[in-house]
Write a protein that binds this ligand. Sequence first.
Ligand SMILES: Cc1cc2nc3c(=O)[nH]c(=O)nc-3n(C[C@H](O)[C@H](O)[C@H](O)COP(=O)(O)OP(=O)(O)OC[C@H]3O[C@@H](n4cnc5c(N)ncnc54)[C@H](O)[C@@H]3O)c2cc1C
Length: 560
Amino acid sequence: MAASLHRRDFLGSAAVLAGGLGGCQAPERGLEGGFHGIALERGHALRDRPAAGIAPARVRRTRVLIAGGGVAGLAAARALRLRGIDDVALLELEDEAGGNSRGGAVGGIACPLGAHYLPLPGEAASEVQDLLEDFGLRRRIAGRWQVDERHLCHSPQERLFFQGTWQEGLLPVQGVGAATLAQYRRFAGLVEALGRAAPFTLPVCKAWGQKRPVSPVHQALDALTFASWLDQQGLDDPPLRWYLDYSCRDDYGAGSARVSAWAGIHYFASRHGFHAPGEDAPEREAVLTWPEGNGWLTRRLAAPLQAAGQLHTGCSVLRLAEGRHGVELDAFDHASGQVTRWQAAQAIVALPVFVAARVLQNPPDFVRQAAQRLAWAPWLVAHLHIDAPLQDRPGAAPAWDNVLFADPTPGGLGYVDAGHQRLDPRPAPTVLSYYQALGDLPQARQRLATRPWTDWAEPLLNALALPHPDLRERVTRLEITRYGHAMSIPLPGTLGFLSQIALQAAPVKRSVLLNGERSAVLPVPATARLRFAHSDWSGYSVFEEAFTRGHHAGLGVGLG
Ligand SMILES: Cc1cc2nc3c(=O)[nH]c(=O)nc-3n(C[C@H](O)[C@H](O)[C@H](O)COP(=O)(O)OP(=O)(O)OC[C@H]3O[C@@H](n4cnc5c(N)ncnc54)[C@H](O)[C@@H]3O)c2cc1C
């Protein structure tokens, strides 16, 4: 899909936006680029082609099937392995496992295709903590947990391009007035008070899994949009509202006018915190990151499966049927063009809910309803290979995460620098991964599927030229990854709806032995032979939700 875009196409608007700064003459060379990373056509083929028409070329048997190799599917496979269940096959549509958390490369430089960081997990995310220990990322030294610093985001972590200069951190601070600061403090106080009134557990599936009904505080917040709630509180300051909207788009793919107030508060109260300037706050939130983003984690999760011949990539699940004595799954192998029929005792469905509803022969009511009820945000990630460090506006030094206040690109969230974790200080080519959450853009999915890559490239290059006047001279290649249904958006009512499904999930009475210790098994949405594990069942998508759901789906297999 590679193509080229002539720099002169940009020059008119660029000259206006860059305001004559920089003074470099752009060389007349074409910019190579295209779409990469996600096989949109494979998903569309699934939608457009009736599965019944394809006869299977062979039949294979295994004990447990896993449909979908994102974080949830890989976590399920790991849990099965820890239980000593080795007769497993995982079917994944893409040519590499990892789903939204895959790594890639542009011009030979590793970069994240989607998810790019994992905050240090809190107490409730004990399963993720165990994973980090497995991977050697944290160790107990003299009775205290220590994280391997090489994997923590190096300083400076983040900066904001605000009023023509870069400032440290993402909350607009420099040059804002007393009224803005007062609203920051008030919002911080509200987040703290709400967190005290009813804990915001991350992963939320942990709270639901323990069959705790949703508290009245959370129910009230789930009933309206975050923007309406902020209006009710009289929180109308533009820099505050921009920052809160940015945060919602960053985690949920859609802004404060669409997500619920529960989601808006959950973002801060569960994981990131909200600290008004001058408050006693940690210097920065500790996050784990790698040049290839969370692909570092998913490649390690996939490696044992690959070694055992249990990972079947490039295989689309077309049909999944649950019978009295087992499950049957038809998978289309994109390399051979053949369908394999798999038979197993149980299956873990780690597919997005709308895909599960499509491939299941007789989807249970809760799957059908969830597929109708949930909404998904499309995303775009543009990877810009640059041949040398960019010119920069004054202010804070280049950081890992670089965000533009009121970015003119639709859904623009700024870029992360894949070279940031390098230890060698010498200037070198790198890849900047620029994120756009498109949940608020009308017809975004259709536009993603039909518009040429150059239509997406132009606005983002114009925007990034604001802080980096020589951007066009430095970009040698631009690759775009498109996600049609990246993540479910926690709209008002989503929490209530999904928590009901969780509360109705059949309890798993037993615990299992893992590494010699008894481990409780949380219930997940399930039927007699199918267990459902995907972040969609939490109503929003982060690593901790996907991993915990997959882990418990794997633990619960065969326990009734
Ligand atoms: C651009 C982007 C950035 C993100 N950044 C972060 C971040 O920095 N930190 C964070 O914690 N989270 C981030 N997320 C959220 C991310 O979605 C979760 O962290 C996690 O990867 C979700 O895993 P999952 O298994 O629930 O879903 P998915 O990743 O959706 O996995 C589902 C899998 O099923 C496969 N599949 C679909 N249909 C079929 C079929 N018919 N047959 C076989 N396989 C099929 C898919 O290819 C995919 O591999 C980001 C998401 C996106 C899109």
